[in-house]
Design a protein. Structure first.
Length: 305
């Protein structure tokens, strides 16, 4: 880990820190999984950001109602102007997949940030104070960990009501114990490091030692976990929307909601379920690949040899 700033060897610490991050980037450049994951994530983010310009039709538009029949839905390439077909509401499937990327990105990032901030707050307090404070916080975290993540998220979303905000809060709360335990463990390892003992010897208070030394040198594993958790957040968001907990109108462009309304059309239009499912799988795969590559690059003990 990089040497904490403010010590007697600031120049050497800066050089070591630069070497540390340079080594991480070098390992990432040599890892094909990192490149693959980064490309998938970059495409997903770009599609989400530029959805208003990439999508042929607005999010809630139903431009193909005249092509609907009770027993037939035009599929891929069957109607000019609708390359991936239409859904039961007369919407363009391609447009809804593009808009769905934006919905998944927003829910994934906001929920992960919520879990990250909450988890880091609990983990930092437990790691800094220790003793009975650590015991109380970790027992609370253990209670949350005893409930499966998706079940906890479903329970919270059901209590808060079917809205996108409820989905974000539910997924974020389910992630809090993961980040809290990880940061607390990392801080406990750093507490006995030489630079922390030196800072205490110089008379620095607990708050100064925590914020200037312990916390900056303990967040690396948490950042890696946040990258991996984004994949889980995308899947959980789709699962909650599939269960009807995402709220909104039936024709809202969201991958999980598209899967919900595709169930009744599997016999005549299986692509309505296959395409959003494929988008969810590829996006989660990209975040997982990049997160695993970043974890291996930042932890020499776990990287492949």
């Amino acid at each position: 880990m990089p040497v904490a700033p403010g010590g007697p060897e600031d120049g050497a610490g800066a050089r070591r820190s630069g070497s540390y991050w340079s080594d991480i980037f070098r390992r990432l450049r040599r890892n094909p999984g990192a490149w693959t994951g980064a490309i998938v994530v970059a495409l997903f983010v770009l599609v989400a950001i530029f959805a208003p310009w990439l999508a042929p039709y607005p999010e809630l538009a139903s431009p193909a109602r005249e092509h609907l029949t009770p027993t037939y839905l035009p599929g891929i390439g069957e109607i000019p102007g609708y390359p991936l077909g239409i859904d039961r509401f007369g919407g363009d499937v391609l447009s809804k997949l593009i808009w769905g990327a934006r919905a998944s990105l927003v829910i994934g990032i906001v929920s992960t940030l919520f879990g990250l901030v909450g988890g880091m707050l609990l983990g930092a307090i437990a790691g800094a104070f220790g003793k009975w404070v650590d015991t109380v916080i970790m027992r609370f975290v253990d209670i949350l960990l005893s409930v499966p993540n998706l079940l906890l998220a479903v329970s919270i979303a059901a209590i808060l009501g079917p809205t996108p905000l409820a989905v974000m809060i539910a997924i974020g709360v389910a992630q809090v114990p993961i980040f809290a335990r990880l940061l607390r463990s990392s801080m406990l390892q750093q507490r006995e490091a030489d630079y922390v003992l030196a800072a205490r010897t110089l008379g620095l208070g607990r708050g100064r030692v925590t914020m200037s030394h312990l916390l900056p040198n303990s967040v690396g594993p948490v950042i890696v976990q946040a990258t991996l958790t984004l994949a889980t957040a995308v899947i959980d968001a789709a699962a909650l929307s599939f269960l009807g907990l995402g709220g909104g109108r039936p024709e809202t462009a969201e991958w999980g909601r598209m899967l919900t309304y595709a169930q009744n059309e599997l016999a005549i239009a299986p692509q309505l379920a296959f395409l959003p499912g494929l988008c969810i799988m590829i996006t989660a795969f990209g975040f997982t690949l990049f997160g695993e590559a970043l974890r291996e690059a930042m932890d020499p003990r776990s990287r492949k040899r």
